[in-house]
Design a protein around this ligand. Sequence first.
Ligand code: AP5
Length: 211
Amino acid sequence: MKLVFFGAPGAGKGTIAKKLYDIYKIPQVSTGDLFREAIKNKTELGDAIAKIIAEGKLVSDDIAIQVIKERIAKQDCSNGYILDGFPRTLIQAEKLENLAPINIAVFFDIKDEEVKTRLCGRRICPKCGRIYHIDTAKPKIEGMCDDHEEKLIIRPDDREEAIVERLKVYHRQTEPLLSYYKKINKVEIIDASKDPDVVTSQIIKKIKIKD
Ligand code: AP5
């Protein structure tokens, strides 16, 4: 099963992809995570994209496509994957359909106000990438990862100015994918404002119906 998760920043794509991995063992392939890893490791790619990401802008289509192409060619993707954050432009979506056609694109439907609250309160474990929220997904010990002795961090693009920019970019460049996937009859829309377990079961139902 090849799935795409798309929707506004902070809609919960990463949170739900991790939950589905626990159930189906389909790997989550997140371009955002791959880019952050490159930045952390100070690779040539990482140095070139750090500022773009911190400002909330999009990395070029060519780079995003190249990164995803290399990642989905790996062994763990042979039985499918969940693409989280890719495609993000029409060019990326069309390229993906030529390269490795997907089964279902899941659109995470949510209002901007809700995603702002989610992103402002998001905290991440720098070691394992586990996602927390200061109100809705608290760690056992405040500010610490439950699984590692690591202090939780705030992503540089979760600053207010970057969030505003990311939402603008999202509405301009990524939201049009909804019409694209409707046209090729591959979209399922879910209400992403619900509790994570409810969102997960909505997706499981949609996947089963299409099976
Ligand atoms: P990326 O990492 O993909 O960021 P994003 O799309 O902005 O999405 P997020 O990771 O911010 O949010 P999410 O939907 O995964 O939400 P999460 O589960 O964390 O990309 C980062 C950057 O990389 C981009 O801005 C761009 O520069 C670049 N990039 C990446 N891909 C690219 C591409 N293809 N082309 C070009 N550039 C690219 O949840 C958010 C918070 O809400 C958490 O605190 C969580 O606990 C909470 N939460 C989650 N679900 C719920 C729920 N149901 N109810 C209540 N709280 C919830």
